[in-house]
Design a protein around this ligand. Structure first.
Ligand SMILES: [Fe+2]
Length: 407
């Protein structure tokens, strides 16, 4: 059956896939030392832990092995989404997940890239469609904690993607869902329709569940005036992504993300003879950047991971400068990167996490509209030590706004 020429009704609109990715929702990475990573991602960057559990409830037998006792999965947020960043124990994953040679010994330290679609029907139809096309899938259902309905599948390199709908929202109280509500977990494609989350909460209340018995993280002393609000660090993360990956074949990989996931190619850049593809899912210049593997060595990037970068957006330019000063004063290694390889972003710096992942700190990205034409390249601003106090930027503060208070 030739699916490539088919069209699909997505909420009353014909599309070439039975779903539409709206944005990157969360990313999971494997790490070697949870305490060290929490110090980095929680204390320095400012993510809050919403839940954690022993390595993986899907492998109860392995949990009896003392070697796995300390292997946690930790869920973290910067806003309402229950998790935007997930930390997982690398040795445990390397042993237990299928086909470890392909994924972990090959340097894949991204455990998942999770893309938000609009409805549960899109998730279910996507799962069925990807199966039909022969895409290697991993699992479908609904995970707890987090409550999001999903399908997981591999790209042509073994990177795991997730399409999800319905992420649990953490509100003003800061509490995640109580454990008894995790009973509505699904480990297979769910039949439709499903009850609403509101109805699930009604049921929990009727059963006498304490709605404030979930997890609520602590915070360090809030001593920095961040645009009028006291916070524990002089900046606030307002979005995650884009993601940059080193891959063996950028063309083949780009084809997968375009034909199977609906990405659009914004532009390609040639650097020292290598081609880099920048792809988007919405109006952002790129949500995913694909770099040829040999470029990793040319750029002297970490050989420990095939992740080129993970984007971390902060609220404004002043906070970006403050983040640079804050992190560099605390000894976080800051790296440089050729200007040619950051189209769509003018001011940015790279901070290295304890496992060699590079976080791309920036404050704004070009938005690409109906014409699909990216704007002409801006001039270089790669060294934060040379940044001015105030900049000219007619394209500042466009795109998706951050909702809710900074802290
Ligand atoms: Fe996920």
């Amino acid at each position: 059956m030739s699916q490539d020429t088919e069209r699909y009704n997505v909420g009353g609109v014909w599309l070439s896939q039975p779903f539409k990715i709206r944005r990157l929702g969360h990313v999971g990475i494997t790490i070697r030392d949870m305490d060290r990573s929490l110090q980095f991602y929680r204390d320095l960057i400012g993510f809050k832990v919403t839940d954690w559990y022993p390595f993986d409830l899907r492998f109860p037998e392995a949990m009896k092995d003392p070697a796995f006792r300390d292997a946690k999965t930790v869920f973290m947020r910067y806003a309402g989404d229950h998790h935007s960043f997930v930390l997982l124990n690398r040795p445990a994953h390397a042993i237990l997940e299928a086909d470890p040679a392909r994924r972990y010994e090959g340097g894949i330290t991204i455990q998942q890239m999770s893309w938000q679609v609009g409805t549960l029907r899109e998730v279910v139809n996507a799962d069925e469609w990807l199966h039909t096309l022969g895409v290697e899938t991993q699992r479908a259902g609904r995970d707890m904690p987090g409550s999001n309905w999903h399908t997981y599948f591999y790209d042509v390199n073994g990177y795991i993607n997730e399409l999800f709908y319905g992420m649990e929202q953490i509100g003003w109280s800061g509490f995640s869902k109580p454990a008894p509500m995790h009973a509505r977990l699904f480990d297979e494609r769910p039949p439709l329709p499903q009850m609403s989350e509101y109805a699930e909460v009604n049921n929990a209340r009727a059963e006498g569940v304490d709605l404030l018995s979930g997890m609520r993280d602590d915070e360090l002393p809030e001593t920095y005036d961040v645009d009028g609000i006291l916070l524990a660090r002089p900046f606030k993360v307002t979005q995650i992504g884009p993601i940059g990956l080193f891959v063996p074949d950028v063309d083949d990989t780009a084809r997968f993300y375009q034909s199977r996931m609906g990405f659009r190619l914004t532009e390609s850049v040639t650097y020292r003879g290598y081609t880099v593809h920048y792809l988007r899912v919405n109006t952002e210049h790129h949500s995913l950047a694909l770099f040829p593997m040999p470029l990793r060595e040319t750029l002297q990037w970490s050989a420990e991971t095939t992740t080129a970068f993970i984007g971390i957006q902060v609220a404004n330019f002043a906070q970006l400068k403050a983040a640079y000063e804050f992190l560099s004063r605390r000894g976080v290694p800051i790296a440089s990167w050729p200007r040619e390889l950051m189209p769509g972003i003018d001011y940015a710096f790279w901070a290295r996490d304890p496992d060699g992942h590079h976080l791309l700190f920036y404050y704004r990205m070009d938005q690409v509209g109906w014409s699909g034409v990216p704007r002409a390249r801006t001039t270089g601003h790669s060294d934060p030590r040379e940044w001015p106090e105030v900049i000219e930027d007619d394209y500042a503060y466009q795109g998706m706004p951050y909702l809710g208070p900074l802290g």
